[in-house]
Write a protein that binds this ligand. Structure first.
Ligand SMILES: [Zn+2]
Ligand SMILES: [Zn+2]
Length: 355
């Protein structure tokens, strides 16, 4: 089958690879029908040097089940399913507490080692994929919803939604969201659904800021406006009730802590590829009675709530799609998504691939 394979720095290719096979009794094999390029795929794309061994990328995908192992009970051949990007076993105590991202069975190689599209778990920017523990990680697509309406339940929609959940956004809050990319967009929408009085959307990309304005956010480009001044004005000098980091940058996580008021709540849901975050613990957190939370997503946990919001038309995730390309054009998809612009200078917010 065809699969997008990461070979090294800015080097992704559509290669012929072996078809996925059932390897464990809990596996399912999926024919992939839609997949998307994620901001966190760009972390690999930007990696220095060549890949130690090339691997299939992609953790946002859905399709039709083609085969299941002997232990699989809830998923059957022919089912339309979307795949949770963080693979849980479904049986350990953390999975039973809905913390699939911390699954004791699938993270033995370390935190984040259970995300699809890595050397350990080949990804789904491909014609097919093997899904371990299919009963836990394949989530049914209800009749009446099309592929593009549910594709982002695999990762970015629940990630953004979790940002607002962890930051406990509530009615009347002033909430600052760092980032107007796909995750930031869903964090903004979630903050609005939870009743925020004002969502300040921060980004450097004016095209993305314009989209945030159209959704009812207060757009802010920090190279042209003073974020602290604007937040002080909106809050009678108190500071933001909540702040969400949805990009994955150390400096933005620190800005989020900084802009939050005493007693405020900060969440970090952008994937920061660093272990160093010099938090001003005394003046920035302890001295402000700040709540600081962070996490990788558990799509399985948010799925029931988000499916209902999509069915009711209160979230329309497909609206963020700006580009649809065949899988064969995936390398160009990476290029334009990375640049935020296509060859016609149109804004690129989300690229969906069709195998
Ligand atoms: Zn993703
Ligand atoms: Zn588990």
């Amino acid at each position: 089958m065809k699969s997008l394979v990461f070979h090294g720095h800015r080097d992704v290719r559509v290669d012929d690879v072996p078809d996925p096979q059932i390897q464990q009794p809990g596996d399912a094999v999926l024919r992939v029908e839609r997949t998307a390029i994620c901001g966190s795929d760009l972390h690999a794309y930007h990696a220095a040097g060549p890949a130690a061994s090339p691997f299939a990328l992609g953790h946002e995908f859905l399709g039709t089940v083609e085969d299941v192992g002997s232990d699989v009970q809830r998923v059957r051949k022919g089912d339309r399913v979307l795949v949770a990007c963080t693979v849980g076993c479904g049986h350990c105590s953390l999975c039973r507490d809905d913390l699939y991202s911390g699954c004791q069975t699938t993270t033995t190689m370390g935190p984040l080692s259970n995300i699809l599209g890595t050397p350990l778990l080949p990804g789904g920017q491909a014609e097919g994929a093997r899904i371990p523990f299919a009963d836990t990680n394949c989530l049914p697509i209800p009749d009446g919803l099309d592929d593009e309406q549910v594709l982002f339940l695999t990762d970015i929609l629940p990630t953004g939604y979790m940002g607002a959940d962890l930051a406990e956004v509530g009615p009347g809050d002033v909430c600052v969201v760092f980032g107007c990319g796909p995750v930031g967009t869903f964090a903004q929408i979630a903050a609005q659904l939870r009743g925020a009085a004002c969502v300040v959307a921060v980004d450097l990309d004016d095209g993305r800021l314009e989209k945030a304005r159209a959704r009812g956010c207060r757009p802010l480009n920090p190279t042209r406006e003073d974020l602290d001044g604007v937040v002080r004005e909106l809050t009678d000098g108190r500071g933001a009730d909540c702040a969400i980091e949805a990009v994955g940058k150390v400096e933005l996580a620190l800005r989020a802590i900084d802009v939050a008021r005493p007693g405020g709540r900060v969440s970090i849901v952008g994937i920061i590829v660093s272990n160093e975050l010099p938090i001003p613990i005394l003046t920035g957190v302890l001295g402000k009675n700040l709540t600081l939370r962070a996490g990788t997503v558990n799509p399985q946990f948010y799925y029931p709530e988000l499916i209902r919001l999509i069915q009711q038309g209160r979230i329309r995730p497909e609206e963020i799609i700006t580009h649809r390309l065949p899988l064969a054009d995936a390398p160009r998809g990476y290029e334009i998504f990375d640049a935020h612009k296509d060859s016609n200078e149109e804004d690129v917010l989300k690229v969906v691939l069709q195998p």
